[in-house]
Design a protein. Structure first.
Length: 284
């Protein structure tokens, strides 16, 4: 397996830490809970030992692209295959209260918008720059990963299987179905954290979208970053749209709406980065 160039990664974060997500749906760099914490996933540096959190389409002929949800740091990785169209929505909800069960969590929501698609998931943490070993505990709520200095949970309704590196799963989603995976910190003796319901996942998504749009509305930056967003939107407008999958109905209204948003220049394109981060003292 060859290493991905850095331009093939999108970035998500909550102003306290960040994760790099590849074009194939693999989180290959993540430090928890802070930027300067030891890495949990570092496959970008070492494929074999670094660790990763991958959700990928099982179909070999799938085509992928990444975009940001309009005016946010929510990253969309889209999969197009002959059998269907799907996407992963990756985000870290910022600004949650201390009482929230999903404070400091990383949320991955998988959705199929057309047809059906089979996915494979593997969550292989490698704590402390792959220097620390860990135990994996599988439960009905997901999986718990326990090392000497840190414990994490992967909460999901998708049945998981333990392997020698962590947890894996193979699952199929049909049109309008979704699956949620939430990675977050737990106590050493906990088996797993809680997984949000579909409604709660929607609320977390809306909270994150609204937070970033409020944040961006206060940003006075007007340099190259904004210019590149508009240029990329104009470039996409000249490109042909992806045709619907063979023998499948036309894309649903939600997909068409997102295409219009891209064409009108209201969406940030993967690869052009995000504006400078504000200080946490002023912006939380």
């Amino acid at each position: 397996m060859s290493y991905q160039p850095i331009e093939n990664y999108g970035i998500i974060g909550n102003m306290r830490t960040a994760a790099l997500v590849s074009m194939t749906g693999s989180i290959d760099w993540f430090c928890f809970p802070h930027f300067d914490s030891p890495s949990v996933f570092a496959a970008i540096l070492d494929h074999e030992k670094g660790g990763r959190f991958e959700i990928a389409a099982a179909h070999e002929s799938v085509k992928t692209k990444q975009i940001y949800w309009p005016d946010t740091n929510v990253l969309i990785t889209r999969f197009n295959s002959p059998d269907g169209i799907a996407e992963i929505q990756d985000f870290m909800p910022p600004g949650l209260s201390n009482e929230s069960a999903w404070r400091y969590s990383l949320v991955r929501r998988v959705r199929v918008t057309q047809g059906s698609m089979e996915f494979r998931m593997r969550c292989h943490p490698a704590f402390d720059y792959a220097r620390a070993t860990h135990d994996t505990v599988i439960s009905k709520q997901g999986a718990g990963f326990h090392s000497v200095g840190l414990s994490l949970s992967l909460a999901t309704d998708v049945p998981l299987t333990a392997d020698d590196r962590g947890a894996t799963a193979v699952f199929v989603l049909h049109e309008e179905q979704s699956a949620v995976f939430v990675l977050g910190g737990i106590q050493a003796k906990e088996s797993c954290g809680s997984c949000p319901s579909i409604g709660e996942a929607d609320e977390l998504f809306e909270h994150t979208v609204n937070y970033w749009r409020r944040w961006l509305s206060k940003c006075t930056y007007a340099g190259r970053w904004r210019e590149m967003i508009h240029r990329s939107a104009l470039t996409l407008k000249l490109l042909p749209s992806n045709p619907p999958a063979p023998s499948s109905p036309l894309r649903p209204a939600a997909c068409r709406k997102r295409s219009v948003e891209v064409e009108t220049g209201t969406i940030a394109i993967r690869g052009f980065g995000m504006p400078p981060s504000p200080c946490t003292a002023c912006c939380g």
